[in-house]
Write a new protein. Structure first.
Length: 331
């Protein structure tokens, strides 16, 4: 099965529908499977007392509240309906992460087949139950979570009606950008072993090498933030890929997919012709007369590999030469 690559536009449209459509165009051009946004009503998401994350304070106006910042990044439900239609026309899967119960209901009415649960909602039981009841495909991010919290969220989703086979769990780290030493990519495999589920990786590191490594380690879903320009105002642009980088990541992942192969160890079609050239055969070390006994003194091993395999050395030693051999002749 092909790795499902999600280009996370998130709120990098800065509350502008035309910018959102340009992000869709760039995602399609890069060859991803889906482009994902974030659907929320700021008033339902953040209380007026909520603080910004440290990375948000660095990338946005430090004097505005989280509510004021989030409000600027909100698209209306009507705009999301138009964005979904635009994605359908472009032939790319539209995804959006709901951040409140009203948004879950809206996205379900919009016809979403896959629901992405962000890391921050993994401990939100009413939210998890509402998504679980839809019995859709679910992608669950697990930044900031331990195995116990992942297990609890999984239980809520399954008990509410979602089939376990329809759930993919993404290892993630919510620091933007994530320090390389905090990625802990092996935890993705721990999740796979602990819960016997499909796994993937939601990446917030700078660059593209970590998501590529995640694919090599068995990740089936990769999510990565992207933007039109890292210098645009807003909280997530600096930790996002620009279009050319996104394209390079997709190309590398598709190559890794091909390189992973089918796990059967046997000569490939392309290398079979090299056997004769690179392997060796038993040959005459010197001229040998008919009737001589083959020994370690008159035999050796050299290329090409078109004669008797050196693995039959013990079988040949002690046998009688049936004809004359010149030095280097295949036995």
């Amino acid at each position: 099965m092909s790795v499902f690559i999600i280009a996370e536009a998130g709120v990098n449209h800065n509350g502008n529908l035309e910018l959102a459509k340009k992000l869709v165009d760039k995602a399609k051009e890069a060859g991803v499977d889906a482009v994902k946004f974030q659907t929320f009503k700021a008033k339902n998401l953040v209380s007026k007392n909520a603080q910004k994350a440290d990375y948000q304070k660095k990338t946005t106006n430090k004097d505005e509240s989280q509510l004021e910042m989030i409000k600027k990044l909100e698209l209306s439900f009507d705009e999301f309906a138009e964005l979904k239609k635009y994605c359908d026309e472009k032939g790319i899967t539209f995804l959006s992460t709901p951040f409140d119960l009203e948004s879950i209901e809206f996205l379900n009415d919009l016809g979403l087949e896959i629901f992405k649960i962000p890391s921050g909602e993994i401990t939100n039981l009413p939210y998890l139950r509402a998504i679980g009841r839809l019995n859709k495909k679910v992608i669950l991010s697990t930044g900031m979570a331990d195995l116990g919290e992942i297990e609890d969220a999984l239980d809520v989703l399954i008990d509410a009606g979602t089939k376990k086979d329809n759930i993919t769990i993404l290892h993630a780290n919510t620091e933007y950008p994530t320090p390389i030493e905090d990625v802990n990519l092996k935890a993705m495999q721990t999740i796979a072993c602990a819960f016997d589920v499909k796994v993937g990786y939601s990446d917030h590191t700078l660059g593209i090498e970590v998501p590529i490594a995640a694919v090599a380690m068995g990740g089936e879903v990769i999510e990565k933030h992207f933007t039109l320009d890292k210098n645009l105002p807003g909280p997530d642009h600096k930790a996002s890929l620009e279009p050319d980088e996104l394209k390079a990541m997709v190309a590398a992942i598709r190559n890794i997919e091909k390189a992973l192969g089918n796990s059967i160890k046997k000569p490939s079609k392309s290398e079979s012709k090299n056997k004769e050239i690179a392997r060796k055969s038993i040959v005459a070390r010197r001229n040998i007369k008919k009737g001589e006994i083959f020994s370690e003194e008159n035999l050796t091993v050299k290329r090409p590999g078109s004669g008797i395999s050196p693995m039959r050395w013990n079988e040949i030693i002690g046998k009688v030469a049936q004809r004359d051999y010149d030095k280097d002749d295949l036995i």
